[in-house]
Every structure is written in C-alpha cells, then in structure tokens.
Design a protein around this ligand. Structure first.
Ligand code: HEM
Ligand SMILES: *[C@@H]1O[C@H](CO)[C@@H](O)[C@H](O)[C@H]1NC(C)=O
Length: 321
C-alpha cells in the first residue's frame, strides 16, 4: 500500500470509525438541548396524550428506512417526493411538535442539534410520560440528505411472524425477542379499520382467532364497507389501557384481543408465544427490554461525524438538491 493511501485512511476513514453515538453528545455544544425537548414534549403530552404513539411510530418509520436520519421529516417539494408520501406514512402525525422543538433548539444553539436526535429524544420523553421506562438516549446523529417514497419498506400488518422477522428485523440485526419487544409499542395508539376489517368474522375470517366480544365490537365500529381513507374509523391497538405504556398489550394478545393480524400472531405462533407470555407476566422485564431495544433501534445505520448535515428546518434539506 502506498504511503499516501495510508495517510488518506487516517484522514478520512478513522474519524468515521471512531465517531459514534454517545449519551450527552450535546453536553457542551448545546447544554439546554435535552431540557428544551423534555419541556416541549411535556407541554404537548398534557394537551394530547396521543403524542407518545405518534412519536414511536415516526421513530420506527424513520429508522427502518435509510437509518435514523430524520428522512421521515422531509416535506415533498414540487416534483420531488419524500417518504411522507408513501402510503404507510400518510397517517403519521407529530411533525408540528418536532418543528416546535427544532425552532427552540435553533434559537438556543444554531445548527447544532440534528432533527434525527430530536426524534429520538422526544420519543424517549413521551414514552416515560405515558408510564414507560426511562432511559438514556445516545445522541450525535446527523440528518440525511435523501428522502424517497419508493424506498419506504415498512412491514405490513398482515405478515406472519416469520415473514416480519426474516424480511424486516433479522436483516437489521434484531433477534425475534427484540421484534416481539418492539411490537410492545402497540400498547399505545390507534389503527384504522382498513387494516382490521379482513380479520372480522363478518368478512369471513377466523384466523388467528379473535375474542367474539371484540369481533362484535370492531364489527360495529368499522361497519361492513371500505370507506375513503379520510373517514376510516380508528380503533385502539391496546383494548384495555391504550393511553398507558404498560404490558397490557401482551395480556390482551393472550386473551385473543390483539387487533392487528401481526399482534395476534405473536400470541399464537410457536416461535413467539412464549415471549408474549413472559412479558404478560412480568411488566418490569418488558420495560427494561423495551428500553434496550429502542436504543438499538435508534442506532440503526446512523450518520455520524461529518456525514449528512444538521438541518436548519427539519422539513427541508439545507442546500437545494
Ligand atoms: C412487524 C412490525 C410492525 C407492524 C406490521 C406494524 C404495523 C402497524 C400498523 C398497521 C399500524 C396502524 C397504522 C394506521 O392505521 O395508521 C401501526 C400503528 C402503530 N405502530 Fe406499528 N407495526 C410494527 C412495528 C412497530 C414498532 C417496532 C413500533 C415502535 C417501536 C411501532 C409503533 C406503532 C405505534 C405507536 C402505532 C400507533 C400509531 C398512532 O396511534 O398514531 N410499530 N403499526
Ligand atoms: C385492564 O388492565 C388492568 C390493569 O392492568 C387489569 O387489572 C385488568 O384486569 C384489565 N382488564 C381487562 C378486561 O383486560
């Protein structure tokens, strides 16, 4: 190897190899960053507790496409599309809170805190407010330079456990246990009837089994016909405590009260039902595992060092591209 190549490696490769996420990344460059996020999330949560679900789903959809790089936040512009236009992302909410936090953080420390980190920190704070675990989020993510609707491949609700695992989670380095843990996020939030009607007995489906009382209730809420997306009714994913981050999701699944096909499959499939039973019986172990799995999810293919950029406005790349 020529000496100039070795120097090149030292100049360009090493900083990336060593640059990594760490807890307290903004400790000196923007000491108020985490406090600003926490206060804004708390204000929003008091008005609208659904923000926890909004942020969890946003963080998941950000990290599973291109890595946690804030690409989910980009608005389409003119003929240039963005991830928000993908069908699975059209119902996402919570972007106004991210904008509010970004504006406050820019005022305190211009061009310092990434939008990708704001999503991760805000999600962490919203989970804790809803009763979930408290955990430290390593920061130092940079914002991505690409957001493309055709790259959005997020698991659909009617997959089997093994399809979801093999195609979406194992390829990103997650264990089956971690997939079952992350799906525990469905302890908060809603789904639309369009994702559920096919499971109801009025549509002829009985597999996996659904508690008859829940079947009747969802049949009443959802009606018999597909409706335009705009007024498709919503159903809570956790049929008991949908605003609380607890282990009730797993307990409901054990009672055949899982709402999405994938939710109920977790309780039926031989590979996952033991994990579901364990979390249903032990809330603390679920919360501990959930915090660990979220830190792992939040580290997926992150941009660090000099990669990407720190956006000024989370909805647009800095330089027109
Ligand atoms: C196999 C994996 C997964 C599948 C198939 C799946 C599927 C879905 C579907 C179909 C919805 C309803 C969307 C709608 O009706 O608008 C939903 C909602 C939700 N998902 Fe997942 N999901 C998965 C994993 C995850 C993960 C890993 C997280 C976060 C860690 C997550 C968090 C949420 C939350 C919080 C909601 C409620 C959103 C709201 O109320 O605004 N999901 N999911
Ligand atoms: C609802 O959740 C509470 C608290 O976890 C539990 O005590 C109760 O048995 C649950 N009820 C149903 C109908 O699942």
């Amino acid at each position: 190897m020529k000496i100039s190549n070795i120097i090149l490696i030292f100049l360009f490769v090493l900083p990336f190899a060593f640059a990594d996420l760490r807890v307290g990344f903004y400790c000196t460059s923007c000491p108020s960053a985490e406090t600003i996020v926490r206060r804004a999330v708390r204000r929003h949560f008091i008005r609208e507790r659904s923000i926890t679900a909004d942020l969890l789903q946003m963080h998941f959809h950000d990290c599973f496409v291109r890595g946690c790089d804030g690409s989910i936040l980009i608005d389409p512009r003119g003929r240039k599309g963005s991830e928000k236009q993908a069908r699975i992302n059209r119902n996402l909410e919570g972007f106004d809170l991210i904008d509010e936090i970004k504006a406050a953080v820019e005022k305190a420390c211009p061009s310092t805190v990434s939008c990708a980190d704001i999503i991760a920190l805000a999600t962490r704070d919203a989970v804790a407010l809803a009763g979930g675990p408290r955990y430290n989020v390593p920061t130092g993510r940079r914002d991505g330079l690409v957001s493309c609707p055709s790259e959005v491949h997020i698991p659909g609700p009617s997959l089997s456990v093994s399809q979801a695992f093999e195609s979406f989670f194992r390829v990103r380095g997650f264990s089956l246990n971690e997939m079952v843990t992350l799906l525990g996020a469905h302890t908060v939030g809603f789904t639309h009837c369009s994702f559920v009607r096919g499971r109801l007995s009025s549509f002829g489906n009985r597999d996996p089994p659904m508690d008859p009382a829940l079947d009747a209730k969802l049949g009443r809420i959802c009606g018999s016909a597909q409706r335009p997306a705009r007024n498709d009714p919503q159903i809570v994913l956790d049929q008991n405590t949908s605003l609380v981050f607890d282990n009730e999701y797993y307990r409901q699944v054990r009672m055949s009260r899982g709402v999405l096909h994938i939710d109920q499959q977790l309780g039926v499939d031989a590979s996952s039902r033991g994990i579901v039973a364990g979390f249903a019986a032990n809330e603390n172990s679920f919360k501990r595992r959930f915090a660990e799995a979220m830190i792992k999810m939040g580290s997926l293919d992150v941009l660090v060092g000099n990669a990407g950029e720190i956006r000024k406005n989370c909805r647009a790349f800095n330089s027109p591209r």
